[in-house]
Design a protein. Structure first.
Length: 354
């Protein structure tokens, strides 16, 4: 649990442009995922890469930092905490990582995981180990944000508490738990006109989550989303007691990867009445539509990731983002850039703050 009454500065200022973060998750998952993300970084169409430190090697992270620096330091490196896929860094036989594979203990996949079965101390040890591994390579001051694989930290108070302990002690921003609702009383935003509404997870991901929390159907989950939003607002409020977080998160291109989704989200962001409103658009990329033999299971397959890759690396997306970097109404950048006003260099042989 987080103790004390110290409050961080408010997440956004009363003045200033709206803010947009374009993120890609799961760096370290496989070679094809890494290749897709690195290409997007080179083109300037991703502004934060969330790294699975239990899967990424030091060489992988250094290559990412080098690519970011060469592309002009427009992107940040985030910590994507993971206790539901791949090997455990603490390598301990426990309810958290009971799968012995190649003389190493792996985590249970999400569909087999239950919060009630794991020890808080094991979760804390694993999360801190992943943080320390990334910090030892790039330095704490270069860690752009903290998120979690499957966004699992928002579903458990003790899990969230451990994530907050890391963020609080390091002043690293955290991904918002709140999805982008397409209609609000205040802003009266229209529904997405080209198909599905914005959701931070796919239907497959929702179904896995339902199994995690005791069953149900996708339809039942959809009905309860407004109630969940109220809970997520409380979680965001708790996060903001200690560190910065965007106002909300939209993911998976509103369910269909096309540039229309990015452009529509940008236009809705401009319409927000409150200045400095900040949103993060989440992506999952792969340089190939085919999974590798050593890939771990995923609720979001390589074919879909590759479709997102094709959109975000298209000439149209590059032109869109290039224009955004000089936009006076919407500021495009990393978490540290748009939330903390920091320009970070990923030249690991030099100082971090420019």
């Amino acid at each position: 649990m987080i103790k004390g009454k110290r409050r961080a500065n408010r997440n956004t200022n009363a003045l200033g442009p709206k803010k947009l973060i374009l993120s890609s998750d799961d760096y370290g998952f496989s070679k094809t995922v890494n290749q897709g993300i690195l290409k997007a970084v080179e083109l300037g169409t991703v502004t934060c890469v969330h790294v699975l430190m239990n899967m990424a090697s030091e060489e992988d992270v250094r290559l990412l930092a080098k690519t970011i620096h060469k592309a002009g330091n427009k992107c940040g490196i985030g910590l994507h905490l993971n206790t539901n896929s791949g090997p455990s860094l603490i390598n301990k036989d426990s309810a958290l990582s009971p799968v012995l594979k190649n003389n190493h203990y792996d985590f249970l996949e999400l569909e087999d995981f239950r919060f009630k079965d794991v020890k808080i101390s094991d979760v804390a040890a694993e999360l801190w180990a992943q943080y320390h591994k990334l910090a030892s390579i790039i330095g704490t001051e270069r860690i752009d944000s903290i998120s979690s694989h499957y966004n699992i930290h928002v579903y458990s108070k003790f899990y969230l508490g451990n994530v907050l302990q890391i963020a609080k002690s390091t002043n690293i921003p955290i991904r918002s738990p709140l999805r982008w609702v397409t209609k609000t009383k205040r802003n009266k935003l229209p529904k997405y006109p080209h198909g599905k509404k914005i959701m931070p997870i796919t239907k497959e991901g929702v179904n896995v989550g339902l199994k995690l929390f005791g069953g149900g159907t996708f339809k039942q989950m959809s009905v309860t989303l407004p109630t969940q939003d109220k809970k997520l607002i409380k979680i965001r409020k708790r996060i903001r007691k200690y560190v910065k977080t965007p106002d909300n998160l939209s993911g998976h291109w509103l369910g269909q990867p096309k540039l229309d989704a990015l452009e529509w989200s940008y236009n809705q962001l401009k319409k927000m009445k409150r200045n400095s409103f900040c949103t993060e658009i989440l992506m999952h990329l792969s340089g190939s539509p085919t999974a590798e033999k050593n890939d771990y299971p995923t609720t979001y397959g390589m074919e879909r990731r590759h479709k997102e890759f094709e959109v975000i690396t298209s000439p149209e997306a590059v032109a869109f983002c290039t224009k955004l970097y000089n936009d006076n109404e919407v500021q495009l950048g990393s978490f540290r850039k748009v939330l903390l006003g920091q320009d970070i260099s990923y030249d690991l042989d030099a100082g971090a703050v420019v």
